[in-house]
Design a protein around this ligand. Structure first.
Ligand code: NAD
Ligand code: ZN
Ligand code: ZN
Length: 346
């Protein structure tokens, strides 16, 4: 396939994306070409476009790592996916397949990993090239627009909750109930956990309650650490921090029960102070968690296919991308915006 496609492109960090024509890429040996149906907009795309992190993408690039679409062309030698199959191109775009981490099913930390919409062009475009060994396989019956948030927000929080080492009946505090957090609440409930949702926005907390949260705490009011400790009778056994705000990190460690685990997932640029004595004397584990493996992906999608987890989506055309970014930056997106490529401009 040759020709042009529409794409939203980061040409300069911190500047609005440029919607423009881009050559439809041709799949090389071992690659596939996908026609995008839908792509979620993650807060990570905002960090990428701002150049927030130490490892920066090379300009210009196309963000988007929640792209779902149909395989329309196979490069030479591809046998693991078929023409017409529905797949997703996640943040974990590819990995080496043979290092210590790949061999132990920790491909997410492979030193040669490529990242979708970051080191490789992403899903804010009508077509995308992918590595068939790392695409997400979308279960039949799951709408592509509803599948989109699952392949980043879903898998990341599903894995993060597993990394919190909590058992059914125990408390998990979820700090930040936006795109990631609203799915985290649902995964946690499906896993039989008690959920305390923390955010700075009362509408998001009301939404968390609707999704099954057992307690909610507004971090802007009073002492949120004390409030979570009270709601959870001594601190949450597990804490999952998805908030893109450094203030939430120190608080999240404080909300952790003795001998509990605080999982860091949000990625605001910078560092946060750790109460060393508190962490040591209370035997607290502080652990980073980065998206999920391909097996985590299959499990996270299965929850969605079975209807146990459902992304709350707002559909927008690609042309709205800069407005979506502005709203995301100001916390004005209720849950997740998904770019719907069947929507014409307007
Ligand atoms: P989002 O903007 O949709 O949601 C963030 C939520 O955090 C909002 O509801 C906001 O009101 C809330 N919030 C802001 N400040 C807060 C505070 N001080 N305390 C509590 N809540 C607060 O963003 P998202 O798409 O859910 O992404 C969240 C973060 O997770 C980003 O930093 C993103 O880069 C990161 N992320 C990490 C991974 C990973 O693998 N570790 C994967 C995806 C996203
Ligand atoms: Zn993401
Ligand atoms: Zn590897």
């Amino acid at each position: 396939m040759t020709g042009k496609m529409q794409a939203a492109v980061v040409e300069e960090f911190g500047k609005p994306l440029v919607i423009r024509e881009w050559d439809i890429p041709t799949p090389g040996p071992g690659q596939i070409l996908i026609k995008i149906e839908a792509c979620g907009v993650c807060h990570t795309d905002l960090h990428a476009a701002h150049g927030d992190w130490p490892l920066k993408p090379t300009l210009p690039f196309i963000p988007g790592h929640e792209g779902i679409g149909i395989v329309v062309a196979l490069g030479e030698g591809v046998t693991s996916v078929k023409d017409g199959e529905r797949v997703g191109v996640p943040w974990l775009y590819s990995a080496c397949g043979h290092c210590e981490y790949c061999l132990s099913a920790w491909e997410t930390v492979c030193a040669s990993a490529q990242f979708g919409g970051y080191t490789q062009n992403g899903g804010f475009a009508e077509y995308i090239i992918a590595d068939p060994n790392y695409v997400a396989h979308i279960p039949a019956g799951l709408d592509p627009r509803e599948a989109a948030p699952i392949i980043c927000a879903g898998v990341t929080t599903y894995k993060g909750i597993k990394e919190a080492s909590v058992r059914p009946g125990q408390w998990i505090a979820i700090s930040g109930v936006g795109g990631l957090g609203h799915l985290a609440v649902q995964y946690a409930k499906a896993m039989g956990l008690r959920v305390c949702a923390v955010d700075i926005n009362d509408d998001k907390l009301a939404h968390a309650t609707k999704l099954g949260a057992d307690a909610v705490v507004n971090a802007r009011e009073g002492d949120p650490v004390a409030a979570v400790k009270e709601a959870t009778d001594g601190g949450a056994h597990g804490v999952l921090i998805t908030a893109p705000s450094l203030a939430a990190f120190k608080q999240g460690v404080g909300m952790t029960r003795k001998h509990g685990t605080c999982v860091l997932v949000g990625l605001p640029p910078g560092e946060f102070p750790l109460d060393l004595f508190g962490v040591v004397a209370n035997c607290i584990t502080v652990r980073g968690s980065f998206v999920g493996t391909r097996q985590d992906m299959a499990e996270a999608l299965a929850f969605a296919a079975e209807g146990k987890v459902k992304a709350d989506i707002e559909l927008q055309p690609l042309s709205a991308i800069n407005d979506i970014f502005k709203r995301l930056e100001h916390g004005d997106v209720p849950s997740r915006v998904v770019i719907d490529f069947s929507k014409r401009e307007g």
